[in-house]
Write a protein that binds this ligand. Sequence first.
Ligand code: HEM
Length: 467
Amino acid sequence: MLEQPTKPLTGPIETMRDDLSAERRAQVSYPPGETSFSMKRTNGFMTEPLELLLDAYERFGPIFTMRVFHHNVVFMLGPEANHFMLVSNADKFNWRDGHMRDLIPLLGDGLLTTDGTYHRIHRKMMLPTFHSERIRAATATMEDEIGKAVDRLEPDQTFDLYEWTKMVALRVAMRALFGLDPDRAQGDDLDAAHEFETALSFHAHSVPGQLARGPGTAYSRLLKARKRLDSLIYSEIDRRRQSGQRGDDILSLLLDTRDEDGDPLASEQIRNEMMTLLFAGHDTTASTITFLFYELALTPEVLDAPGVTVEMLREEVLRKYPPAWVGPRRTNQQFEFGDHVVPAGAHCQYSSWVSHHLPDVWDDPARFDPYRFTVEGMAGLRKGQYVPFGGGSRTCIGMRFGEAEIAIFIRRILARFRFELDPAYELVIRTAPTISPRKGMPMTVRSAEPAAVLANAERPEAAPARV
Ligand code: HEM
């Protein structure tokens, strides 16, 4: 019988006590950094972590400690640190006790929130759901949904690109993951988007806002949203079990998956994995598309640049704005990295976003430049340099799904339109739990001939060197 994941600490007092006692128990000091309490730094971390962490990198190097609210967090940045945390020494880190433990109340014990043997066995069970024939079936759904949504855009209309893309990505997820027809389901089922937003908005609150409990708090809204999402997911699981109805969707596969003992998965396990996929898979794509068209509105000439392909645009936007920007972990043993020792029980994070902006690793990192991802450019990437999908045993399981969806959005939009940005718009990035534009993205639709970039042959399939 597989050992179940440990009971998570969810109460804020319990969690803070645990963090502080781990610090007291540390056998060695934390790597140098900024270790005094500072509310200014804590707020800075919530609102502008890129600037804050780049500045610390310049002063302390690829590993340093930063006190965020009540506790120390060790940051490990850059290619070597990414490779160390994700591949060569991944066994020294746990996901479940790290910062994103706050997602456990919503996601339950799914792929994202578990470690060790439980994670490995579940990952093995989930992998077939993302095999290439599944991605092909999902691609047909994407073409259909994205194609129809683009066809409904009116020339000269102004719309919020982020909201639009999220809605379309959610429709794709509803069909490809759950096999639900968003048009027939309407009402309750499509409100899932709203419920999900409500649940996730918990993470965008300030630290004190997240700590509050009781009626009217962000946490109680999260619980209510979870209840409604649960009833949607469980009723679909029950309906399918009773009717025996199956399709190309991922839920169908999970209903017929057998565990190591040959038993079907419990409804709760299926619910947890489906909730995880819904969480991990719709906002990530939506913000990638939104940031890409933001960049293209600022530098439209990129679309006519010789040799630039759709894949190069996608890779570069995932460099500059990797939606899953941070990878929080907890160390389960003491270790050395470079000249420093990190104690057991420490919060420790890698960050794709910061690693993709290091001035000593990337040439002019603030510049949007798809030429970084020519075949030669990719061959020159160092191990761990480019990690938008993480790496090692926890590499994004939905990577091919996400990549296909992003490419289809780009092709469908650029075949007919360009988007113009309101010149007064100022981008503010919301960082929790993934990066997205805090104020949405107001764009005006303009009719256009197919962009030159669409005529350029796809770059030969060569997944960027990741880790
Ligand atoms: C632009 C699109 C996407 C990006 C940039 C992205 C990024 C990531 C990253 C960085 C991780 C690893 C996090 C860590 O190391 O802590 C991850 C994990 C994961 N992603 Fe994605 N993701 C995307 C799309 C998707 C999609 C479409 C799905 C599912 C339909 C998905 C499902 C997952 C799951 C289940 C995990 C956990 C894997 C594990 O721990 O074994 N993602 N993703």
